[in-house]
Ligand binder design. Structure first.
Ligand SMILES: *Cc1c(COP(=O)(O)O)cnc(C)c1O
Length: 375
C-alpha cells in the first residue's frame, strides 16, 4: 500500500509532471517572472471559470483578504463579522487593519456562519461580513446575501477552502462560491483544492471600481508606474506559480470529483455509526471536500487521533483553538464571547486524509482502522 498522506501532492504531480515542468521552463526561458503571460492567462481563465468579471491575482489568500478589506475604506474600530470556527487568516487581517472582529456562531450541521447569529450581531458599526466556506462547503449565501443587502453591508467570501464549489439559489440560478459576494478571496497554498507549488492567491469581483482599486492596492497603490495614489502593498502571484495553476485549473473539476468519490467511500463506511457524524452536505451547494471532517461523539477524539497516528494514518484537528480564544485577540476581549456551538465542535472534529490520489486500498484501511477503534 502507498503510504497515506493527509494530502498527497507527490502522486498528483506524477500525473502532470510533463506539462508542469514544460510550463515552468517556459517561464524561465522567457524570464517573465513577474506579471508575465502565464499570470495574465491564468487570471483570464480563472475569471471565466468562476463566472466573475475581474480576477486580481495576489501573493496568498491572507493578502487577498487584506486587500479586499483595504479596498472597502474601513475605518479603525469598524466591525467585521466573521465566524470564530475558521483558519486564523480570516480574522488576523481584521485586527491587522485595526478593525474590530465580531465573532458569530456557526451552524452545527454545516460548520459555516449561522445567518440568524449574523443578523443579531449587526450594529451601525458593522462594515463588512466575512463568511467562510469551511472544509469546502458553502456558507448559506442566499440568506447571508439577503441580510447583507437589507443592511447595505458588503460581503467578502473567504473561498480559500472551497474553490470550484457551486451554490444553487432558490430561483434556480447557480453560482460558483467566491463569485457571490461583493468580493471573493481564495488561496493557492499547495494543499488547497487548487494549489500551486509555493504561495499564491486571488481576489474576484464584478465591481469595476473595486477591481481597479484592489489592483492598485496590490501594486503599491499605483495604476501608473511611480505615481502612488493610495497606500497599498506588494502582493503578486509570480509567473512560475501561475504556470503551475494554468496546468491545474482545467483539472480542478476532476480533482473535485476524486475528492467527492473519497468522501462518498468514507460516508458509506461510517453511515449510521453511533459515535460518528459524517459531514453534512447542504442540498443547495456542491461540497468540494477540501477536508473530510467527522464529529466524534461518545468516544475519545484525541485518543482516536493518536490511535490513527500509531497505525500510520495521519489525521488533523482543524482547528484546536477557535479564533475567539486565541491570545492574539485578547485585547478585543473576544474570549468573553459565548460561542457554545463553536466550542462544542472544536472538541469533537477530526479530519481524515483527503486528496485526489486516495485509492481503494488506502480508503479501506483508513475506514477499517477508524471503526476498529470505536466500541
Ligand atoms: C488557507 C486559508 C487562508 C489563507 O490562505 P494563505 O494562502 O495561506 O494565506 C484563509 N482562509 C482560510 C479559510 C484558509 O483555509
Amino acid at each position: 500500500m502507498h503510504p497515506i498522506q493527509m494530502v498527497d501532492l507527490k502522486r498528483q504531480y506524477a500525473h502532470i509532471k510533463e506539462s508542469v515542468d514544460a510550463a515552468i521552463h517556459e517561464v524561465i526561458d522567457n524570464t517573465a517572472f513577474i506579471n508575465g503571460k502565464a499570470v495574465q492567462d491564468f487570471s483570464g481563465a480563472l475569471a471565466g471559470y468562476l463566472g466573475s468579471k475581474h480576477v486580481i491575482p495576489c501573493a496568498n489568500g491572507t493578502d487577498a483578504l487584506q486587500i479586499a478589506m483595504m479596498a472597502l475604506d474601513l475605518q479603525p474600530g469598524d466591525e467585521v463579522i466573521t465566524p470564530s470556527f475558521t483558519y486564523i487568516a480570516t480574522v488576523e487581517v481584521v485586527a491587522l487593519l485595526r478593525l474590530k472582529p465580531v465573532f458569530v456562531e456557526v451552524d452545527k450541521a454545516s460548520f459555516c456562519m449561522d445567518p440568524v447569529a449574523l443578523e443579531k450581531a449587526i450594529t451601525p458599526k458593522t462594515k463588512a461580513i466575512v463568511p467562510v466556506h469551511l472544509y469546502g462547503q458553502a456558507a448559506d449565501m442566499e440568506k447571508i446575501m439577503a441580510i447583507a443587502q437589507k443592511h447595505h453591508i458588503p460581503v467578502i467570501e473567504d473561498n480559500a477552502q472551497a474553490i470550484g464549489g457551486d451554490y444553487y439559489f432558490s430561483d434556480g440560478s447557480v453560482k460558483k462560491t467566491g463569485s457571490i459576494g461583493t468580493i471573493g478571496c481564495t488561496s493557492f497554498f499547495p494543499s488547497k483544492n487548487l494549489g500551486c507549488y509555493g504561495d499564491g492567491g486571488a481576489i474576484c469581483t464584478n465591481d469595476d471600481a473595486l477591481a481597479a482599486k484592489m489592483r492598485m492596492i496590490a501594486n503599491h497603490g499605483q495604476s501608473i508606474r511611480y505615481y502612488h495614489d493610495i497606500v497599498g502593498c506588494n502582493s503578486r502571484l509570480d509567473s512560475i506559480q501561475a504556470a503551475v495553476l494554468n496546468v491545474k485549473l482545467p483539472k480542478l473539476d476532476g480533482y473535485i470529483a476524486a475528492r467527492r468519490a473519497a468522501a462518498d467511500y468514507y460516508d458509506k463506511a461510517f453511515a449510521g455509526h453511533p459515535n460518528l457524524v459524517t459531514p453534512f452536505r447542504r442540498p443547495n451547494n456542491k461540497h468540494v471536500f477540501h477536508q473530510y471532517t467527522l464529529l466524534v461523539e461518545g468516544a475519545d477524539r484525541d485518543a482516536l487521533h493518536q490511535y490513527l497516528a500509531d497505525k500510520k494514518i495521519p489525521s488533523m484537528i482543524y482547528y484546536p483553538v477557535p479564533a475567539h480564544r486565541q491570545k492574539m485577540f485578547a485585547a478585543f476581549g473576544s474570549d468573553q464571547q459565548v460561542l457554545p456551538v463553536t466550542d462544542w465542535l472544536t472538541s469533537r472534529v477530526i479530519s481524515l486524509p483527503m486528496h485526489t490520489e486516495l485509492d481503494q486500498e488506502q480508503l479501506a484501511y483508513i475506514t477499517e482502522t477508524v471503526l476498529s477503534f470505536l466500541p
